[in-house]
Design a protein around this ligand. Sequence first.
Ligand code: XIL
Length: 297
Amino acid sequence: ASTLGAAAAQTGRYFGAAVAAGKLGDSTYVNILNREFSMITPENEMKWDATEPNRGQFNYSGGDRILNQAVSTGKRVRGHALLWYQQEPGWAQRMEGSDLRAAMMNHVTTVATHYKGKIYAWDVVNEAFADGGSGGRRDSNLQRTGNDWIEAAFRAARAADPDAKLCYNDYNTDGVNAKSTGIYNMVRDFKSRGVPIDCVGFQSHLSGNPPGDYQANLQRFADLGVEVQITELDISGSNQAGAYGTVTRACMAVSRCAGLTTWGIRDTDSWRSGENPLLFDGNGNKKAAYTSVLDAL
Ligand code: XIL
């Protein structure tokens, strides 16, 4: 196959990109998007600050633009993200406790209901675990509403949109380490107690090669019975092309790895400005990393 999406489809997988609604008028950007990718993640447009800027007042304009672009070109959408300690609207940042818990659950239910039946997978909860060696939760006002906030969010999302896959998504989970093991233990607990969870997203914001146990780490989650997805892939460094190939081959080797998403299209679209971590250069030309991925799919 001659495009990322078509190559991934040969094994039933998808290949996606994070997309910004504000760039949908850029013809170079849209041409690459339409040609290469089969899945879209809104880069910011479905986050809490965008979708509920004032309490109880919902705004789906950016998210709907991206969803409509995807539907009209035959692509699917990963919803990102229902609850995250960053990009909370100011009103939620100032809340705590049972008031915040009620606002969180209303947000999950209302947004998931708006997009019901249209989302392939939701990042229900993003980045809830701490970095470093604790293996525990990250402190946040969300976490301080009670340790059960994650399972409550997953149950609310399932009730609102029974057909969307429900994912937990995080970074620095690229190998077997304390953080990924904390998440692994949560997923195992959810599966054993019937808390609805279908997938785990590995953001994979990398500098050079992933850890040597990257594939083994994906596999141990898959062995819990959840889908695994590479959700925000971008890689800096001189071994970029090789590292992209290694990550792609790891997904291909794990049967429950459903697909990969790069966090943007061209280097100039990246949130990691200056690191040129994507598959297309600023002019929209394919880089060596692109060929490395295509060959690995
Ligand atoms: C980033 C976006 O790319 C930026 O445009 C925004 O300013 C900040 O968020 N982990 C995530 C993504 O889950 O939502 C983040 O996206 C990158 C890190």
